[in-house]
Design a protein around this ligand. Structure first.
Ligand code: ACM
Ligand code: ZN
Length: 469
């Protein structure tokens, strides 16, 4: 049986083998899904697709067939198209930078697995990582912290700094484009913004000095959302960034933004009154709506983490990324007609150890399985995303260990219909495919489905294993 990852929707095997070095491409097929393709592998191989994108995915399928069978591949017919149009991966390059070439390596792997959105987390409490022409002091000062204090895993007294140059960013955007991957930058506001506020403390509620943070956490310092200067600053930042990232979506964060300092802030309190709002969660929605409107003037749309739904005032055309949503506000938002991306932290946060989110748990997750979703809501789930946070990941070996093979399970969840999934055959195919990935530090097979970690201290000992490597 032919078994690929992600598994195509329909494979009819015809018996025997055929050479794969001669291909005929038939384009302009009227497939409704742009990612769809059909392969007829007979005497010769014929690929049918709507446009270049479908053709690209067909070639990825043939590449995997070659990896598994060699140049002669089984005679077959494959009809394929993805369940979701948005199949994303996030790399947090704020907590720890990921080497430029390492990012490219993961973009290559993502495209082999038919993922198509790279959410690039570039600003957080622990660093701002973009070269800017219009606000150079933000790059210079916001990209450096005094050390690392992320538990025993990543501890150092040495200053840590770095950013991606405009040239590097342009190269990554182009590299992705060649692989049909769109790049979505994230500037996390109004919370997780200590690195920016370190340079512009006057834009915080307290207006006091703010450090670029050295440890993980949720910090009370965040942008004053009642201050008109904050909005002007963000407009200026977006003016430069929108030119660097051509894709229509822009991520503006919105998660974990405590209101504590707003209570005593005259500007936030004024804004609350002026807008006739009940609380600061509503004010955060109004603030995000304004940024979303500004993005629209540039032909762009905003994505925001689901925390913002607490405020009940969010414009319905803002896309929500769901990560932790105990009250199921995101599925309700989808039911009402708005777009949602599923990144549920359990099991899609691959910074968590295998003992918590083993391969089978990741694989068996159904992104449309939430009970609150109705028929309309399911249609509004545009896709999935696997975020990779890097507080505890400061080297490529660890990054690769955490993501491979879990990206394979995630990719199949994002592309393949639930009814066509099967764990034992998936695991076997993933073993074969990852065996040949000699340039990656693939997690050893014994870790893929390691026994459940029961306590947080087990998690710590799991992480400590890396220190000994
Ligand atoms: C998040 O993990 N705070 C989005
Ligand atoms: Zn304020």
């Amino acid at each position: 049986m032919i078994r690929l990852v992600p598994q195509p929707q329909i494979i009819k095997e015809k018996g025997g083998f055929c050479k794969s070095n001669e291909m005929i491409c038939v384009k302009n097929m009227s497939f409704t899904n742009k990612d769809a393709y059909r392969i007829v592998a007979d005497e010769k191989i014929t690929i049918y697709a709507g446009d270049e994108r479908g053709f690209f995915y067909a070639q990825k399928t043939i590449k995997q067939l070659n990896a598994l069978y060699g140049e002669s591949i089984p005679r077959c017919e494959i009809e394929d198209c993805p369940v979701f149009s948005y199949r994303g991966f996030m790399l947090d390059c704020a907590r720890h930078m990921i080497d430029f070439d390492e990012i490219k390596k993961f973009i290559d792997l993502a495209s082999d697995l038919k993922l198509n959105k790279f959410h690039w987390h570039l600003s957080d409490d622990q660093g701002f990582r973009i070269e800017l022409e219009t606000i150079p002091e933000l790059t210079e000062k916001g990209s450096v912290r005094n050390g690392d204090n992320f538990g025993s895993m990543c501890k150092s007294d040495k200053p840590y700094g770095g950013y991606y140059t405009k040239k590097q960013i342009a190269e990554i955007v182009e590299y992705c484009k060649e692989r049909y991957i769109d790049v979505i930058p994230e500037i996390d506001i109004p919370g997780h913004s200590s690195a920016i506020l370190h340079v512009f403390p006057e834009l915080s509620c307290k207006k006091e000095p703010v450090e670029v943070k050295m440890r993980q956490g949720i910090y009370k310092d965040n942008f004053c959302i009642g201050n008109a200067d904050t909005f002007e600053f963000i407009k200026k930042l977006l003016d430069e960034l929108c030119d660097m990232f051509p894709y229509e979506y822009f991520h503006i964060g919105g998660d974990e933004a405590p209101n504590d300092y707003r209570e005593d802030c005259p500007l936030c309190n004024n804004a609350l009154k002026e807008n006739g709002l009940k609380n600061f969660n509503e004010l955060q929605c109004v603030f995000s709506n304004k940024i979303s409107d500004y993005l629209k003037t540039k032909g762009k749309k905003a994505i925001v983490w689901n925390d913002i739904l607490k405020g009940k005032k969010l414009d319905s055309d803002i896309v929500i990324q769901r990560w932790m949503d105990k009250k199921n506000l995101a599925p309700e938002y989808a039911n009402r007609g708005s777009k949602v991306i599923i990144s549920d932290f359990s099991p899609y946060y691959f910074d968590y150890p295998y003992g918590m989110y083993p391969l089978q748990k990741v694989y068996s997750y159904n992104p449309l399985g939430n009970k609150v979703l109705d028929k309309n809501g399911r249609k509004n789930i545009i896709g999935t995303e696997a975020p990779m946070w890097t507080e505890f990941v400061d080297n490529p070996q660890r990054l690769e260990y955490m993501l491979v093979p879990r990206w394979f399970a995630f990719a199949e969840n994002s592309w393949t219909e639930q009814k066509n999934k099967d764990y034992p055959s998936f695991k076997e195919a993933t073993q074969l495919l990852t065996n040949s990935m000699t340039d990656f530090n693939v997690a050893p097979l014994c870790d893929w489905d390691m026994p459940k970690l029961k306590r947080l201290s087990d998690t710590a000992s799991f992480f400590n294993k890396f220190l000994k490597k």
